[in-house]
Structure formats: structure tokens, C-alpha cells
Design a protein around this ligand. Structure first.
Ligand SMILES: Cc1cc2nc3c(=O)[nH]c(=O)nc-3n(C[C@H](O)[C@H](O)[C@H](O)COP(=O)(O)OP(=O)(O)OC[C@H]3O[C@@H](n4cnc5c(N)ncnc54)[C@H](O)[C@@H]3O)c2cc1C
Length: 450
């Protein structure tokens, strides 16, 4: 098979890093297709506010797995050592921008960035034909899908069409979520995880002094990072069952700090997931996922302090409840909810409802034209847990007939069905690096054992 040209659809972190690594490994030429005006930053590092910080320390945020100090050195040069620890996400976006621009400049035309939406991919005798919304087509030997997460679904009980204009905010990172709010308004956030924290910080930064109520089934808040937590190593992989994992973490958390007990699982997480039988994976998602998320994906300490201060001032209430429905009331909405422990029904009069339920991955429910087209063609299918795109251990897309394609590959958080731990930079950078090396035929040359 020829390896002359790779088309990468989606120019966020995953797609950009794939393109950068193809060039670094002297691989095939690449075309990076991104529909937004900004390439490289993606969702996480574009629409952030200066108060939105990375939730991983700078010394573990290098985009290049074989050069762990790359981001820290860039920070030192670009910001003269003024930013340490948890850098603003916007600054990380600048870093990715700079990395891509430098790679394009050095590529001698081997890396091209195209601003367009890809709407379909058709396999043919001459290669994979990527159809763009404007009617053009790009032919490549391989196509890598890097579309990022699917946007959150509209929560059950919410019908945006009956609510007053501006009352329901589907995009939690839109600056509009703070528009036209009065000081005595109440904003309801659906979700209590990292997205909710972003929303609360954004409302605070925009001067909203009213009350924010955040509700989720369990009402769990992400936990904070702490200084001076010891790096420990596990002697062996825990038993690959939901109960086995829970037991292993609880036992270790009695011996060492709980953060260390979670962090030392990291080298094993993908292999535990791989070894888990499907019913165990279901069990993990149903019973442990919410707990895993809040302990594993933590807040920078300064962000935790801000959130705690808002709670102490009565400006942020976090609760466990299930939304029942929302009805219009002038330019407000009356929301009914059922608290987790109790038979009562609570009501709230709110000016805005923000969807902070977090990203989705169910391919069968997506409205994305490209993913629908590929699923319709039988080139993609949902993974058995319906949390993303089904891929094999080489990130090759598995089609309707169960065959993995060596021409269609997927990277990034939508491959979580196969890898689970594939949402944050340290895992995605490794995946992008490995796929790029394979497409460059460089997998046998040095650099193994990262
Ligand atoms: C708010 C937020 C904060 C995060 N913070 C951290 C952090 O602090 N530390 C950490 O390690 N991880 C963090 N993450 C996780 C991780 O870094 C991101 O999930 C990662 O950036 C994912 O990148 P991506 O390229 O796969 O997806 P995205 O960033 O979503 O990029 C996908 C891109 O594909 C484009 N696209 C999609 N479909 C098409 C199409 N058909 N045609 C053309 N273009 C298309 C989209 O426009 C988009 O730009 C965060 C994630 C989020 C959402």
C-alpha cells in the first residue's frame, strides 16, 4: 500500500499532533482539515477564559512524548519563567499554535492546512476521497479522523424550543452564557464536573454576582491537586474488574495518599481496560465512572480555592438531583427537580440553564454529517459501550462488518471505547505519536519504550 498522503480531519490537539509527528518522522505528506478559523487549539484551548487553567502541571503537558520538557522550555522562552505549575489553557493554545506554525514553515509544502468541513469519505481505486462541504475533494492514501468529542445532548426534560430566547445555553464555553444577567438572577448549571467549574469561573469573571445552582445525579465535584504528593509505583496490575479496581484503590489509599493511589494506576489503566470483559466495563461505567472522573481529573489548587470561596459566599450551590422538566415563566424558566435522596420535588426560578453535562460519544445519536455519512457507509460503527468510535488497538476504525481498516484511523477522545484513558494530553500525545510512526514506517526505528 502507498503511504504518500494522509488526510487528517479535525485540527484540534489530536489532529495537529498527528500532523506534527508525521513531519517529525519524515513520513508522508499531510493535509490537515479544520472547519473552524483556528487550527491547533481545538475546543479545550481556544474558547477558554484567562482564568481557565490546565488541570495538569506544565511539566507533564509537553505535546511530544519523546521530548517531555518541550512545553516547559517553550513556556520559559515565551513567558520568561513567569508561569509555573498550572498554566492558563489559552497559553497552552498559543503553544500548540506555535508548534503547528513552525512545523508548516519547516515542511517545505509537505504539510498543508485547509479550512473546510469534511462531510464524507469515499474509498475508491485511487485512494480515500475526502469530500468537503464546498464541493471540493481531497484524495489521500489514509484518512485519520480526529473530530474530538461530540457535543453534549440536550438533557432529558429540557425542550429549548419552548423556553424563552436566551434562557437555554447549549454551549457551555460560549461567552453568551453571562449575557443579560441581573444581579439577583439564578443560573442553573446541569452537571457538576469540570465543565461546570469552567462555567462558574466564566460567570464570576464576567461579574455575575447572582446565585449559581449546579445539579447532577450524584452532585460530585472534581477534587483538587495537592502539592508534595509522592510519586509511587504499583508492583502489579490490579484485577481487571470493577470491584477489583475499587478494592485495589481503596487498599492503596489507606497506605499512601489517595492521589498517589490513583496516579500510580496510570501505567496500567489502558491495559486494565483492555483486559476487562464487556460486562465489567459496563459495570465500571455505571457505578464507578463518576467517582473515577472526579478523582482522576483534578482541579488546579487555585481553581479549587475559587470554587470553594464561591460556595462559602453562597454564590454556588452544588447538589445531587435529577432534573424533571423546565417551563417558561416570562423571560425566566421554572425548573422542577427531584433531590437524590427524597421523594420531594424542588422548584427553581432561573434566568438561564447551561448545559454542563460534558462531552458525549454516542455515534448512533450524532448529527455530525461526516460521522453519519461514514456510519451509513458501514466504514465506522459505535463501540459496544456507545462511548465512541470502534477501533482496534492500532486505532484502525472497525467497520459494520467487524473488519479493521488500514486506511481509516481514528484518534483522540472518541477512541475511548478501546482505550478508556484517552481524554487528556499525556495519553493522546502518545496515541498520535504511535499512529504517526506507523504511517511513516518508523515504528521499528528507535524511540520505543516511551
Ligand atoms: C474544556 C476542556 C479542557 C481540557 N483541559 C485539559 C487539561 O487541562 N489537560 C489535559 O491534559 N487535557 C485537557 N482536556 C482534554 C484534552 O486536551 C482534549 O480533549 C483534547 O484537546 C482533545 O483534542 P481533539 O483534537 O481530539 O478534539 P477537539 O479539541 O474537539 O478538536 C477537534 C477538532 O475537529 C474539528 N472537526 C470536527 N469535525 C470536523 C469535520 N467534519 N471537518 C473539519 N473539522 C472538523 C473541530 O472543529 C475541532 O476543532 C480538556 C478538554 C476540554 C474539553
Amino acid at each position: 500500500m502507498r503511504h504518500d498522503h494522509v488526510a487528517i480531519i479535525g485540527g484540534g490537539f489530536s489532529g495537529t499532533l498527528l500532523a506534527v509527528n508525521l513531519l517529525r518522522h519524515d513520513g508522508p505528506r499531510a493535509t490537515l482539515i479544520e472547519r473552524r478559523p483556528h487550527t491547533a487549539r481545538g475546543v479545550a484551548y481556544a474558547a477558554a477564559h484567562p482564568d481557565h487553567l490546565l488541570n495538569v502541571r506544565a511539566d507533564n503537558m509537553s505535546a511530544l512524548p519523546d521530548d517531555p520538557g518541550h512545553f516547559a522550555r517553550w513556556l520559559e522562552t515565551a513567558h520568561g519563567g513567569r508561569i509555573k505549575g498550572f498554566a492558563p489553557r489559552l497559553v497552552y493554545g498559543d503553544y500548540l499554535d506555535a508548534l503547528l506554525a513552525e512545523t508548516v514553515a519547516r515542511s517545505g509544502g509537505r504539510l498543508r492546512v485547509v479550512q473546510a468541513e469534511a462531510i464524507d469519505v469515499a474509498p475508491g481505486a485511487d485512494g480515500m476521497r475526502v469530500m468537503l462541504a464546498g464541493g471540493e475533494a481531497i484524495v489521500a492514501d489514509h484518512v485519520v479522523l480526529a473530530p474530538g468529542n461530540l457535543p453534549p445532548h440536550t438533557p432529558a426534560g429540557i425542550d429549548p424550543s419552548v423556553l424563552p430566547a436566551g434562557c437555554y445555553a447549549a454551549d457551555p464555553w460560549s461567552a453568551d452564557i453571562a449575557a443579560d444577567l441581573a444581579p439577583d438572577d439564578v443560573v442553573l448549571v446541569l452537571g457538576t464536573g469540570l465543565t461546570m467549574v469552567d462555567i462558574a469561573l466564566l460567570l464570576d469573571a464576567r461579574g455575575f454576582g447572582g446565585r449559581i445552582v449546579a445539579l447532577s445525579r450524584r452532585g460530585l465535584l472534581p477534587r483538587p491537586h495537592a502539592e508534595g504528593v509522592a510519586k509511587t509505583q504499583r508492583a502489579e496490575r490490579p484485577e481487571p474488574t470493577a470491584v477489583g479496581l475499587l478494592r485495589a484503590v481503596r487498599t492503596r489509599a489507606r497506605e499512601i495518599e489517595w492521589r498517589s493511589a490513583i496516579d500510580e494506576l496510570r501505567p496500567y489503566t489502558q491495559s486494565i481496560w483492555r483486559a476487562m470483559a464487556l460486562p465489567e466495563r459496563h459495570r465500571f461505567l455505571r457505578h464507578l465512572r463518576a467517582w473515577w472522573d472526579v478523582h482522576r481529573h483534578r482541579l488546579a489548587p487555585s481553581v479549587w480555592d475559587k470554587i470553594e470561596a464561591m460556595r462559602a459566599d453562597g454564590r454556588l450551590d452544588v447538589g445531587a438531583a435529577k432534573l424533571i422538566d423546565a417551563h417558561p415563566d416570562g423571560d425566566h424558566a421554572i425548573v422542577r427537580y427531584r433531590p437524590r435522596h427524597g421523594d420531594t420535588v424542588g422548584t427553581l426560578r432561573v434566568r438561564r440553564i447551561v448545559n454542563g453535562t460534558g462531552p458525549q460519544g454516542d455515534l448512533t445519536a450524532t448529527q455530525e454529517p461526516l460521522l453519519r455519512a461514514l456510519t451509513g457507509r458501514g466504514l465506522l460503527r459505535a463501540d459496544p459501550l456507545r462511548i465512541g468510535i470502534d477501533v482496534d488497538q492500532d486505532s484502525q476504525a472497525i467497520g459494520r462488518d467487524g473488519t479493521a481498516s488500514d486506511r481509516l484511523i481514528a484518534v483522540g477522545p472518541m477512541t475511548r471505547g478501546a482505550f478508556w484513558e484517552i481524554v487528556a494530553v499525556p495519553d493522546i500525545r502518545r496515541q498520535a505519536w504511535s499512529v504517526a510512526r506507523r504511517l511513516s514506517n518508523a515504528q521499528w526505528v528507535g524511540g520505543e519504550g516511551l
